[in-house]
Design a protein around this ligand. Sequence first.
Ligand code: C2E
Ligand code: MG
Ligand code: MG
Ligand code: MG
Length: 292
Amino acid sequence: LAKQSGKNRYHYYDLAQDKLMREYHDQLSRLANALEQGELLLVYQPKVDLRDGKVIGLEALLRWQHPELGLLLPESFLKVLEGSMTELGLGDWVSKQVLQQMEHWRQQGWVLDVSINISASQLQQPDFADNLLQQLAQFPLLSPAQLGLELLETAALENIVQSIQTLAVCRAHGISFALDDFGTGYSSLAYFRNLPVDMLKIDQSFVSNMLNSPEDRNIVDSIIRLARAFNREVIAEGVESLAHGAMLLQLGCHYCQGYAIARPMPAASIIAWMQGWEQQRTWEHLPALACA
Ligand code: C2E
Ligand code: MG
Ligand code: MG
Ligand code: MG
């Protein structure tokens, strides 16, 4: 094998590349088919203010109800998800579903804020903002301020000029932005300084380890301080216990999201969950706990 020429090696490399491309396109067409067959759905996870227990909004998360494999998480189709958000129009599908659901809730008397995850490829579309605003215009009784977009730092960095422009147009209409998985990207503070975002979402890896890792606790603490210094809101994801919530409150992070509060659930379960949550008193003593 060692004797094989460079030319041959190129040949093998091409084959490997070719296989990857074929796999990508196979997955892409399976996902396109799933969309067509109505196998994709959104689940919603509440976000709460730990100071008073109020629900501040929901995050929409994509699922694939696969006929043979069961309910699939985005991680199992995320590689194709990134490109397919634009290639298959999946991004438009998600925002349309969310707006329809928000309108449905509104008609039942529930005006809820909902955030949508945005992929890098979506954000780089020059007509992204126009598209979204056009979709919103079809729901005149919803306020654009009810809509939030979550993006990864790395997504905004891909084309910083285009991103800032898109963010500015959306924000001028009242749509808010959060930087998702904050702390895991490689953006510098100089970039962060120029990104017009409203909120930082502390990555769940730091949050889940902060009770037993002083380093992770320091990172969480630093992100909260950074948010405060730049006049941004901050929310912690991956809050899996009451103890996490108490520590976050103590560090000055008021907004939380995680399994300890609620798992992502179908839209049809949200109102009942909210009614139950308002009656439940588990989190009422948290502010006192945090001060102790
Ligand atoms: P993300 O936006 O950072 O979402 C948070 C993920 O953490 C979700 O996983 C959620 O179910 C999970 N999670 C929430 N609370 C907890 C907790 O207490 N503990 C743990 N261990 N996990 C928790 P999910 O739904 O599998 O989504 C994974 C990622 O897929 C999302 O990360 C987001 O980046 C992407 N994604 C999901 N839906 C969409 C979508 O509609 N469009 C795009 N572009 N990306 C999406
Ligand atoms: Mg998110
Ligand atoms: Mg709002
Ligand atoms: Mg995240």
